[in-house]
Design a protein around this ligand. Structure first.
Ligand SMILES: Nc1ncnc2c1ncn2[C@@H]1O[C@H](COP(=O)(O)OP(=O)(O)O)[C@@H](O)[C@H]1O
Ligand SMILES: [Mg+2]
Length: 176
């Protein structure tokens, strides 16, 4: 049994996942798992997608690498997908959203262009990650938060912190 929840922070690239995950991890002494970085370090790739200019992840290998980390709880899984994480790992799914003008600027600043830029813009507009989260998990554990200006990050993280406290309290009551 976990004494700290595992939280997925997901959303289209550039919406602010890592910004939120880092602040939340610092404030609540949780483990930030930047999945991109872990996949790279542990070589969980099975190829390169030239059209989308991105690595293709070997999901089984990635899950094997993550399993021992998430087992004890208190992890923030920071990734632009969520449906591969088993339901039993996950206590809360935060889907970060961002308006398209802001996202466009952030992605172009990051050097995205062509098909990679278009596909990510489309994904945000079509709310692909929100749908993926709602399909993959109980709707009660899925929350959608916006991240356009700096104050949003603080407010969102505060909200998640309150949720974590409530989660812990409910676990204590259940165990007593
Ligand atoms: N609410 C916000 N207000 C201002 N800038 C933000 C906000 N959220 C994210 N950013 C900026 O947008 C860029 C992408 O954020 P990042 O956290 O790296 O996104 P992701 O991890 O989802 O790809 C960064 O430069 C970050 O500082
Ligand atoms: Mg990131």
């Amino acid at each position: 049994m976990r004494t700290n929840p595992n939280i997925v922070i997901t959303g289209t690239p550039g919406v602010g996942k890592t910004t939120h995950a880092e602040l939340l991890a610092r404030n609540m002494a949780l483990k930030h798992l930047p999945i991109n970085q872990i996949a790279k370090e542990q070589d969980c790739y099975e190829g390169w997608d030239d059209e989308l200019q991105t690595w293709i992840v070997d999901e089984d290998k990635l899950l094997d690498a993550l399993e021992p980390l998430v087992a004890s709880g208190g992890c923030i899984l920071d990734w632009h997908a969520c449906d591969l994480f088993p339901q039993r790992w996950v206590d809360l799914v935060v889907v970060i959203r961002c308006d398209s003008t802001t996202l466009f600027d952030r992605l172009t600043a990051r050097g995205y262009s062509g098909k990679k830029l278009d596909e990510n813009m489309d994904a945000e507009i079509m709310q692909v990650l929100l749908e993926e989260a709602k399909e993959g998990y109980d709707e009660e554990i899925v929350v959608e938060l916006h991240s356009e200006v700096a104050e949003d990050v603080e407010q969102n993280v505060e909200r998640i912190e309150k949720w974590i406290e409530a989660w812990k309290e409910s676990k204590n009551e259940g165990g007593a």
